[in-house]
Design a protein around this ligand. Structure first.
Ligand code: COA
Length: 268
């Protein structure tokens, strides 16, 4: 699906940074923000993930920059923020999307494996938000933290990522309260499995894919634009009085449970 509801120039004059914006969901979000008229910076550890997306952003007629860096490293974070703000003359929108994940049962997951994912997802979100705060408060701004649905139930093999994302959801609420008086809205977006992403390629088998389509109340796995559309809403003035929420965007998948009643009993 394409994003059809956005009026032209919705984000004209806004300056955005999307960490993890070179690939996957966050590339889709970066393109959606640029399609609405925002200048967009993207950051990722890998330079080769960034160049093709920057070209696609520029093709939409906005200014776009790419900065290679690791959200775990404070000096990299400072460089990412400074480079983006210098290029655009400030910063209004921050999307914290940089994340890492793999499947590993807790009993065999090393302390460093657990800590690595917490460092990228949770501490990275804090590091970048904290560094962006002085710029975002100049005109008031928006932070959007990309969360997940893993932490809403007990997801086997995801102790590290679920704990990290639960922390991200908590951070969303705290920063919304602390930074609301500076006119900075802080929200989260929690996608389920999204078609065409590295996460789905790595974490799901074809059988799981079929099961997800069958279990989702809306009957299919999310497309990247399903998620990017909601990100655009939360980053725009359409959500001007929304802060501190984490919006699940998974077609109702996480709510579905056949533990006690089958679909036939439930009338599905
Ligand atoms: N299973 C178990 N442990 C794993 C693992 C796996 N599949 N992958 C990494 N780890 C552990 C490593 O063993 C290491 O712990 P150790 O030192 O005790 O052995 C620790 O995690 C750090 O791994 P390393 O590869 O050195 O970290 P990194 O910073 O280079 O990369 C990730 C970490 C999470 C980004 C990496 O696993 C990765 O590249 N993942 C795929 C890309 C991705 O996550 N995309 C997003 C999908 S949602």
């Amino acid at each position: 699906m394409a994003i059809t509801w956005c009026r032209p120039g919705l984000l004209h004059g806004k300056r955005a940074l999307v960490t993890g914006g070179g690939t996957g969901i966050c590339r889709g979000i970066a393109l959606a923000l640029a399609g609405a008229g925002a200048d967009v910076g993207i950051a990722s550890r890998r330079e080769e993930h960034l160049a093709p997306t920057v070209r696609d952003l520029q093709a939409l007629g906005v200014a776009a920059v790419a900065v290679a860096g690791d959200v775990r490293v404070p000096a990299d974070v400072d460089r990412i923020i400074a480079h983006t703000a210098d290029a655009f003359g400030g910063l209004d929108i921050l999307v914290n999307g940089a994340a890492g994940n793999f499947v590993a049962p807790a009993a065999v997951l090393s302390p460093n494996g657990f800590g690595t994912v917490v460092d990228i997802d949770l501490k990275g979100t804090f590091n970048v938000s904290r560094a962006a705060f002085p710029l975002l408060k100049v005109r008031g701004g928006v932070i959007l933290n990309i969360s997940a649905t893993l932490q809403l139930l007990g997801t086997a093999g995801q102790a590290h990522a679920a704990a990290a994302k639960a922390g991200v959801d908590s951070l969303t609420r705290t920063l919304a309260v602390e930074w609301g008086p500076s006119q900075i809205r802080v929200n989260g977006l929690a996608p389920g499995p999204v078609d065409g992403t590295e996460g789905v390629r790595r974490l799901t088998t074809p059988e799981m894919r079929t099961a997800i389509d069958a279990a989702c109340p809306l009957g299919r796995m999310a497309a990247i634009d399903d998620v990017a559309s909601v990100a655009l809403f939360l980053c725009s003035d359409a959500a001007a009085f929304v802060t501190g929420v984490t919006l699940v965007v998974d077609g109702g998948l996480w709510l579905h449970s056949a533990r006690t009643l089958g679909a036939d009993v439930a009338g599905g």
